[in-house]
Design a protein around this ligand. Sequence first.
Ligand SMILES: *Cc1c(COP(=O)(O)O)cnc(C)c1O
Length: 381
Amino acid sequence: MIKGNYPLGLFKDRRTPFYFYDTTLLQQTIEEVKRQIADRPSWQVHYAVKANANPDILRIIADAGLGADCVSGGEVSAALAAGFRPESIVFAGVGKRDDEIQLGLDAGIGRFNVESTAEMMVISELALAAGRRAPVSIRVNPDVGAHTHANITTGLAENKFGIHHSVLPEAIALAQRLPGLDFRGLHFHIGSQILDMSDFVSLCNRINECTEKLELMGIRLQDINVGGGLGIDYEHPNHLPVADFRSYFDVFKRHLDCKCPVHFEPGRSIVAPCGTLISRVLYVKDGLHKQFAILDASMTELLRPALYHAWHRIENLSSDGPEEKYDVVGPVCESSDVFGKGVVLNRCSRGDFIALRSAGAYGESMASRYNCRPLPESLLL
Ligand SMILES: *Cc1c(COP(=O)(O)O)cnc(C)c1O
């Protein structure tokens, strides 16, 4: 079995579990993003902070010149603290609290992506009271499905996100009328871990329909934000560690009619490959028809398998012994605290280092203190 290359010597004296981040891979990934849009100077990439808000990771991404896509006031604060320029911060979310909106106004963030007319009225009022006009884009519910897990589709009419595309003109008219708002453009986001490029083509087609209709009505857009969602190859982290940004950006270069600047919000595709959850085997236990490898890592460090049956490649970094099958589980008192069933690993013994691969996105950022467990630490190299 080909495994990732890890500095086991550095792991020896650390308390497990912890997140290990390969910053060289992170830098390579960011460079690839920049290379693929180098021929489109007006295009902008806002990293989706919710994928991983580790302060050191955020700083690397901010230093590389990307913007930040935030979905809470806490994320706006984290982005500002990491050095993202306020103008490069965009703020989405169906339920922004007044104090979160206020924070964005005070900081002078670049855009509020508004998701309802009720929210527009509140932002307008707060902006007026602060003597400002809030730059807003309208998040459109494009009613476009994505071939991904139901829990991570966001662009269907049944999802809670955005304003349905059929009532967009009325929503824009309101945004243009409200004195505290400065209407700028449209925002879309159809889901996550999308590997079928035809989903993004469908999104482009819907965007083209919208922009054509708006153009006929004389409504000009300053820019269009197409959201994030590009998936990564969880099965082969050693083979193709950088997501397929070429195919992704090509879709928008070829299928979007609008010549206005395009904004992107990748999260997972930027940070997932560079992160690994490093754990140790606590016990190997025989079940009736199987054996369990019980790790010191659990769903409180990496929730994705329990939350939506996500699959992570698992490797025993300490052993070259014969391959055996294990149910790899954590110690938390939930039957869903399972990382994988029937996983083939080199024979496990107490103390072996186990790598849960491609865990840089929605891993550390979803960690919880359930069972009074401590939050995981991180090591960047
Ligand atoms: C979560 C989210 C993203 C990032 O999605 P990825 O699948 O991680 O690329 C982008 N935009 C918005 C509005 C989001 O909520």
